[in-house]
Design a protein around this ligand. Structure first.
Ligand code: NAD
Ligand code: UGA
Length: 514
């Protein structure tokens, strides 16, 4: 059955709106997809060859859908003409940001729904007839109900169908996650009109097996998204709390994680000890759940979830304290090199990156920093913006390098804070001989794309974007430029202490005793 939808408009051209719409356009050549945003610079970048976000495999899909490079009719558009796109669309996604409120009631905890509401007002003002409105942003439960009352007061003559369809992609693997999702969640009211809208939205996900499309009520869908992020964050805080015990006792966190993960009820995902989780969502979504619980006077529930973020802050401080202690309690005028500024590998996103907190704590001790990140180094201004709250003369005390070895000259310590494969000590598979080598390269990267059902061209473009063998850091050269005793603090468990030990380094790893 051919779906009814002819045009989709997505409000918000960010990390969710851009990749999601690119994949929807790729999979539905008959649907015209227009992504709109208030940010003119961002839209100009989406229209250029220099996309505003780095996401493996994304540019190849955008080229085909936006530019029609393989001879097909372009069906992906980026625009600031928001009203026009709303007017023409059958389905409107709201994929705007929902950060933690900075002021007013609930500041520091509640989600700021100002952007969602402004998008809703735009729709109410511009939509000439009934539309399907899809909440893509992560929102507190009850938000769809609020949207209904906004539409009821601003556009009483029209009746919009409001659906919740939260996004579960992770950055760095967004294309794989979108093409092969664990589930597509659609929340709706249970009346005939809403159910029909839910079926129409489900038909847009034409490439997803039917049994992975889950229908729930609106509240369940909204809460399930928050719950998923909170449970994932909780696992990381759980393993990180255990890593502190490992460091004090001689247990090894990777051995502990492996042993517990073999229990199928526990499983292996999200159990990698680290210097703390980052990203724009985990912290804010945990805070949002805490605020919901407090609003319901469920204070013990709120405290339970609050601890997930507290352990994360503790983990970042613990990592910094270990560095300071190994450097004899003082960092004054010492140079420290940070490898990795993005909050995780295969993205250029630095929001809430553990590197920012660790850098701030180190700078407070009087040191100088050199930063190298395979992706973010090309955007040094972003690093200075991330540190702008810290105070004066940041530009004199923090230098950004586009070469790992140069960044390490005379460094007293090298800190690994992002799990980029570029920092690994084992050999990467040679990606230059793809496609023959594609499976090896992809499994080596931890992204088993072909196993995940991606077609070969897409898998190739994801692997190609994620890895460039020539970018791997040269630990031999680094050994000859750092100060003795060649300290490496591995906050992500990416290097082999024995391999680096053979080059004369002393490696201190998260969750392993010194
Ligand atoms: P983002 O900040 O990258 O993008 C949001 C965009 O919305 C911005 O470009 C902003 O200019 C635009 N915007 C805000 N108000 C607007 C308006 N009224 N009209 C037009 N444009 C407007 O945010 P993101 O990372 O894409 O996240 C969006 C939502 O998706 C959030 O609720 C987030 O929690 C959720 N989410 C994010 C991810 C992720 O990996 N980043 C994954 C799943 C869910
Ligand atoms: C996370 C979820 O994984 C997505 O499902 C969700 O859609 C998204 O948040 C969102 O709502 O924004 P993301 O933050 O992009 O995705 O990336 P993750 O892979 O979850 O990693 C988050 C942070 O945790 C990173 O800093 C990562 O390095 C860290 N991490 C991850 C660990 O420290 N240990 C792990 O085992 C896994």
């Amino acid at each position: 059955n051919r779906p009814l939808t002819k045009r989709i408009c997505c409000i918000g051209a960010g990390y969710v709106g851009g990749p999601t719409c690119a994949v929807i356009a790729q999979q539905n050549p008959h649907i015209e997809v227009t992504v709109v945003d208030l940010d003119e610079v961002r839209i100009a970048q989406w229209r250029s060859s220099n996309l505003p976000i780095f996401e493996p495999g994304l540019s190849a899909i955008v080229e085909v859908t936006r530019d029609g490079t393989d001879g097909r009719q372009p069906n992906l558009f980026f625009s600031t003409a928001i009203s026009a796109a709303i007017q023409q669309a059958d389905i409107i996604f709201i994929a705007v940001n929902t950060p933690t409120k900075r002021m007013g009631v609930g500041a520091g905890s509640a989600s700021d729904l100002g952007y969602v509401e402004s998008a809703a007002r735009m729709i109410a003002n511009a939509a000439p007839a009934d539309k399907i409105i899809v909440e893509k942003s992560t929102v507190p439960c009850g938000t769809a109900e609020r949207l209904r009352s906004i539409f009821a007061s601003l556009a009483p003559a029209r009746s919009f169908s409001i659906l919740s369809n939260p996004e579960f992609l992770a950055e760095g693997t967004a294309i794989k996650d979108l093409l092969n999702p664990d589930r597509v969640l659609i929340g709706s009211l249970k009346d005939d009109r809403s159910m029909s809208a839910a079926r129409e939205l489900a038909s847009v996900y034409s490439w997803v097996p039917h049994d992975r499309v889950v229908h729930t009520n609106l509240y369940s869908s909204e809460l399930a998204k928050l719950a998923a992020n909170c449970l994932l964050a909780q696992r990381i805080s759980s393993i990180n709390s255990l890593s502190a015990i490992c460091e004090a006792t001689g247990a090894d966190i990777s051995e502990v994680a492996n042993a517990v993960s073999l229990d199928q009820r526990i499983g292996r995902h999200m159990l990698k000890a680290s210097a703390g989780f980052g990203g724009s969502c985990f912290k804010k979504d945990v805070l949002s759940l805490v605020y919901i619980a407090e609003s319901l006077h469920l204070y013990d529930v709120a405290n339970y979830w609050r601890a997930v973020n507290s352990i994360n802050e503790h983990q970042k401080s613990r990592f910094t304290s270990r560095v300071i202690s190994a450097l004899h309690g003082t960092l004054l005028r010492k140079k420290i090199t940070i490898f990795g500024w993005a909050y995780k590998k295969n993205t250029g996103d630095t929001r809430e990156s553990a590197s920012i907190s660790v850098a701030a704590q180190l700078l407070a001790e009087g040191c100088e920093l050199a930063v190298y990140d395979p992706q973010v180094s090309t955007n040094a201004q972003q690093i200075y913006r991330d540190l702008e709250d810290i105070g004066t003369n940041i530009r004199e005390r923090v230098r950004v390098w586009d070469n790992a070895v140069d960044a390490c000259v005379d460094a007293c310590a090298v800190l690994i804070l992002t799990e980029w494969d570029h920092f690994k000590t084992d050999m990467l598979a040679d990606t230059s001989t793809l496609p023959e080598n594609c499976t090896a390269a992809s499994s080596d990267s931890g992204i088993d794309m072909l196993d995940d059902g991606l077609d070969l061209p897409t898998a190739k473009s994801v692997v190609h974007d994620a890895f460039n063998k020539s970018d791997r850091v040269d630990w031999c050269a680094i050994a000859s430029v750092v100060q003795r005793p060649r300290l490496v603090f591995d906050g992500r468990g990416v290097v082999d202490p024995v391999a680096l030990g053979a080059l004369g380094f002393r490696v201190e790893s998260i969750g392993k005793a010194s």
